[in-house]
Design a protein around this ligand. Structure first.
Ligand code: FAD
Ligand code: THG
Length: 823
């Protein structure tokens, strides 16, 4: 191969840092795809180099609230089931059993059974007696029930690493142990080589699969890797008389006792016990040495610290309570093993924006390792993975979420909460507040109930609106779970928006400024709708990838000939656009320096018009138009659109003038009974209008037609993804609106949906994406991915194990003629 810079940029020379389970799996997946020029550099000795993989007890519980994580785990199980070394299989499908000893946990297990069904994992809720059958050592008198997943089990992580190493080597990969990476070389924003203590290795692509050493490798590359290493206790009992006859390494299901933050597995006649019950034990990755043969006598592995008895003691009592036989045996050995935690508990994957060719495959459990490796290999080779990765994409962290202080605090909290019963809306408690809009003081005065998203404090409702609550029974009572992070005030705020006017803080909505002579051509080519409109036009349009999958939905406002404001979703949008932008286009994230208020409701025009000399009439300021004007003293960019489906405007200004804008609107609104309204009402109103939320209702796994946003696609122009849509088959599945039959019933999202004619072998036909009570409709709305079903079809949604009847509805559910918005 010639080594001119041009060809090198397109080369496939890969260096993987780290030969733990992730590095080895990735070498296998890359070489399987024809990228065979792969070098794996490992500081420790193979085959047990001393990272987290070297002592992982290998429990694989596949079920997770995340569809993507569950898909990773399912692939890992499938793959490890097919691998063996010298006749020893890499996976033991002993099954999994999660126990409930409290009613809250039992309810949560039903919810987890729902996730399992939604994402395709076999599992059933079982009685305490059945738990005892599966695990005879249990004291079933403290058990209320369990969740049994027969396809879960034990991964032999080191063996699986070896099996995958052998396959990768047979295709040309090389594994070099005792090579410590000390530097990453780069030129013009691309990686060029990896430096080790034993020479330099040229590379077109470098993947950091260094486990909890990730931040150290990141620093060499100038890239933040937001993970926190924490030690976690694992211990083995002495041999148990009850297991003396054991012939296998393990026979009983892997066991979780989440109520006491414990898990268990068999090691032939011993029991292995892991605990998350102790205080977080953060470890500084910069202070952890690599494997050192000379020190191996006092430190077996760099990732294994001495057992701290005092942290173990309280858990031991819990262990004996659950498994009384342990009392006789006692603990033989234990250690504090280190692995990675991220601020949101998800892996960190993808190519750095700062350094092209530098990839991360970090913070990955054994459970997800093969799935992650497959996805990253697809991403590197094909430009995209076959599953939606937005929850794992390293770009998801905002600047304010990458400080070491934040990463440590949140990572430690993830450790604490690993087994907690977590409500889908439950925010972390610290560090808060981190990001606040300029209206924060006013929101506090109005009694805002804040939740957190993307580091932002976001009002969900305002106690000040409590007097507006309908006490005549208009809003049904809720079960205890769905009543959390909810208030009937949301209903009142939704009604006030439909009847009068409300202010919504839209500041966290991501805003990009796109400027330059090439801006129009660039945005037109990158997105699906027609953007060749005069300044003043706003367009709803889609970002697709080459395969026609929805990367995002955007609003693009043309504010000047060469000046656009883009309303976007995740930080990945900025990354994607910046990657594709030619030199004459400049893209800037202006979210933090600006703010936005949505003024929506039938009285919005009466509120805003007196504040400006500009014409805000329907004729003077049409739907999906933008104007730069003044409201009182405040320069604003006004856009006439509304995610809640009412007349009104999004009003943008700079952060310094935000408070003044709020006060101006508030004063002018008094005459119209203006209120401030929160996200809870907002989400209800947008679902009534059928507006999709990217990342929840649709992702890059979906094309625009099945997602119901085909109206934003213009096939008479060129755009990224067009070819794929040309050949797209008629959609077999659709994002389908459901209305729950019982006006008092609610669901929350991610529940399985069963349809009479679809789904096989008792499997669900699909799953819910978003759900909210529709206060105007008087029914709960649930959007679900389902096979095409005619309106009127009866289905049922499983909520905490209960079958909740629902009916396929016709879209949009509210104001189909758009009479409320276009007037
Ligand atoms: P590692 O296995 O740590 O591999 C990274 C490699 O990179 C290391 O070998 C290291 O030597 C190498 N490296 C680092 N820096 C350099 C450098 N500068 N130069 C060269 N090489 C370098 N997960 C589960 O799914 N189920 C479980 O039951 C489970 N239990 C666990 C119990 C304990 C006690 C612990 C500690 C972890 C457990 N985990 C479990 C987590 C799991 O072990 C890890 O998430 C996983 O092994 C990480 O794999 P990895 O390949 O990313 O990292
Ligand atoms: N405001 C702005 N930008 C945004 C959003 C926003 N970008 C990201 C996200 N939200 C985009 N989502 C939508 C979804 C629907 C609409 C606007 C943004 C919408 N749709 C109308 C409809 O479907 O009938 C109009 C579509 C059209 O006329 O083409 O209003 O909240 N600034």
């Amino acid at each position: 191969m010639s080594s001119t810079p041009e060809t090198r940029q397109r080369g496939h020379q890969v260096v993987i840092i780290g030969a733990g389970i992730v590095g080895c799996s990735l070498a296998d997946e890359l070489t399987a795809r024809g990228w065979t020029d792969v070098t794996v550099l490992e500081q420790g000795p193979l085959p047990a180099p001393g990272g987290s993989t070297s002592h992982a007890p290998g429990l694989v519980f596949q079920t997770s609230p995340s569809k993507t994580l569950t898909a990773f785990a399912r692939y890992t199980v499938e793959k490890f089931n097919s691998l063996q070394v010298d006749g020893v299989p890499c996976f033991d499908p002993v099954g999994g059993l999660e126990l409930a000893t409290t009613p809250e946990r039992l309810a949560d297990l039903h919810r987890r059974a729902g996730y399992a069904a939604s994402w395709g994992v076999r599992g059933e809720i079982v009685s305490a007696a059945r738990c005892k059958e599966l695990w005879p050592l249990l004291d079933e008198s403290i058990v209320l029930g369990g969740f049994h997943t027969p396809d879960d089990g034990l991964a032999r992580a080191l063996l699986a690493a070896r099996a995958q190493t052998a396959r990768a080597e047979s295709r040309g990969a090389r594994f070099l142990d005792r090579h410590t990476v000390t530097g990453i070389e780069q030129q013009d924003g691309r990686v060029t080589a990896v430096v080790t203590d034993r020479g330099t290795f040229p590379a077109d692509h470098v993947v950091s699969a260094a486990g909890f050493w990730g931040p150290v490798i990141g620093r060499m590359a100038g890239v933040d890797i937001p993970l926190q290493p924490l030690a976690h206790q694992y211990a083995k009992t002495r041999p148990l008389a009850e297991l003396a006859a054991a012939a296998q390494e393990a026979e009983k299901p892997i066991l979780r006792f989440q109520d006491r933050d414990l898990y268990f597995r068999e090691h032939t006649d011993r029991i292995g016990i892991g605990s998350y019950a102790h205080r977080p034990l953060p470890v500084d990755p910069f202070a952890v040495p690599g494997y050192d043969a000379a020190r191996a006598y006092d430190m077996e592995m760099p990732s294994s610290y001495p057992f701290t008895e005092e942290d173990w003691a309280p858990s031991w009592d819990d262990c004996r309570r659950l498994l009384p036989a342990l009392g006789e045996a006692g603990i033989e050995e234990g250690f504090n093993g280190v692995f990675s935690f991220t601020p949101d508990g998800m892996p960190v994957l993808g190519e750095s924006r700062r350094l092209r060719g530098f990839w991360l495959a970090e913070a990955v459990w054994v459970t997800h390792s093969a799935g992650v490796a497959k996805a990253v290999a697809e991403w590197m080779v094909d430009g995209r993975a076959s599953v939606d990765l937005h929850e794992c994409d390293l770009t998801r962290f905002e600047d304010a979420q990458r400080s070491p202080a934040y990463v440590c605090e949140r990572g430690s909290q993830q450790f604490v909460e690993v087994y907690d019963v977590l409500h889908p809306l439950q925010p972390m408690e610290r560090p808060r507040p981190l990001r606040v809009s300029p209206f924060y003081a006013r929101q506090q005065e109005l009694g805002a109930y804040f939740l957190e998203g993307g580091g932002w404090e976001r009002p969900h409702w305002y106690e000040a609106n409590a007097p507006l609550v309908d006490t005549t029974g208009g809003v049904p009572e809720r079960d205890a779970w769905s009543a959390r992070y909810w208030s009937p005030i949301a209903a009142a705020e939704a009604r006030a928006t439909r009847e009068k006017v409300a202010l919504y803080d839209m500041t966290p909505l991501r805003r990009l400024e796109v400027t330059g002579p090439g801006a129009l051509g660039f945005l037109h080519r990158m997105t699906t709708n027609n953007l060749r409109k005069k300044p003043g036009a706003v367009t709803y349009t889609l970002l697709l990838d080459e395969r026609g999958g929805i990367r995002s939905d955007l609003t693009v406002a043309r504010l000047g000939a060469d000046r656009f404001q883009v309303g976007a979703n995740s930080p990945a949008d900025l990354d994607w656009l910046a990657r594709h932008a030619p030199d004459d286009v400049h893209i800037r994230d202006i979210t933090s320096g600006t703010c936005c208020i949505g003024v929506w409701g039938p009285l919005a025009r009466d509120l805003v018009q007196p504040l400006t000399r500009d014409d805000f009439s329907h004729e003077g300021f049409g739907y999906f138009r933008a104007k730069e004007t003044y409201l009182g003293h405040v320069p604003v960019t006004a856009m006439r659109l509304s995610y809640v489906g009412e007349l009104g405007w999004e009003l943008y200004t700079t952060a310094d003038l935000g408070l003044r804008l709020w006060d101006t609107l508030w004063e002018a609104g008094r005459a119209h009974d203006v209120i401030a309204a929160g996200r809870s009402a907002f989400n209800s109103l947008r679902l009534e209008k059928g507006y999709r939320a990217w990342g929840v209702d649709m992702t890059d796994e979906h094309d625009p037609y099945e997602a119901g946003v085909g109206f934003a696609v213009r096939m008479d122009k060129e755009f990224v993804g067009r070819e794929a849509l040309d050949s797209a088959a008629a959609p077999a599945r659709r994002l389908t609106p459901l209305l729950l039959d019982d006006p008092a019933a609610v669901v929350l999202g991610k529940e399985p949906v069963y349809a009479p004619t679809a789904g096989t072998g008792g499997a669900p036909a699909g799953y819910v994406t978003s759900a909210s009570y529709g206060y105007t409709l008087g029914r709960c709305i649930a959007y679900a991915w389902l096979p095409a079903l005619p309106a009127g079809t009866g289905v049922h949604i499983e909520y905490f194990g209960e079958k909740v009847p629902a009916t396929v509805a016709e879209e949009p559910l509210f104001d189909p003629k758009m009479t409320r918005i276009r007037r």
